[in-house]
Write a protein that binds this ligand. Sequence first.
Ligand code: FES
Length: 157
Amino acid sequence: MLVFEKNAMTEEIEQLVAKYGNNRSSLLPILQDVQRMHKHIPDFAQQEVARLLGIHPVEVYSVITFYSFLNTQPKGRNIVRLCQTIACDLFGKKSVVKAVERELGITFGETTKDGKFTLEYVNCLGMCDQGPVLLINERVYSKVTPEKAIQILGGVK
Ligand code: FES
């Protein structure tokens, strides 16, 4: 008799479904937990979430691509996000972009070779009077200057 071992990813997602419930409203919290654990949401995880919630995989994929905090590919250990919306633009976002890109040797949308940093743009973070606004992982930095950005990055492990 053949015995199939359950995939570890399937088990994780089953636990999340047990935690949040197997309805549509559980989709986002489940995806957020998978993202937290794996730094991205692999194809297989997307399929398993869809199967266990009884929804189409395309629906799972479209939720992931809608939210900039969810991603289908692995990213750096530290995600550096810079607000690209108009108020932060007016406060000097461009000079922060140049400084950060020069410091890390990559452009926005890329990950450093050592996997330490990924640079991304985000839309308004709700602190429009304190721009430019930088978000590193879950910590927000306001009124960021090029010098301050370099100093902040230097302190990230
Ligand atoms: S425009 Fe950057 S935080 Fe709102």
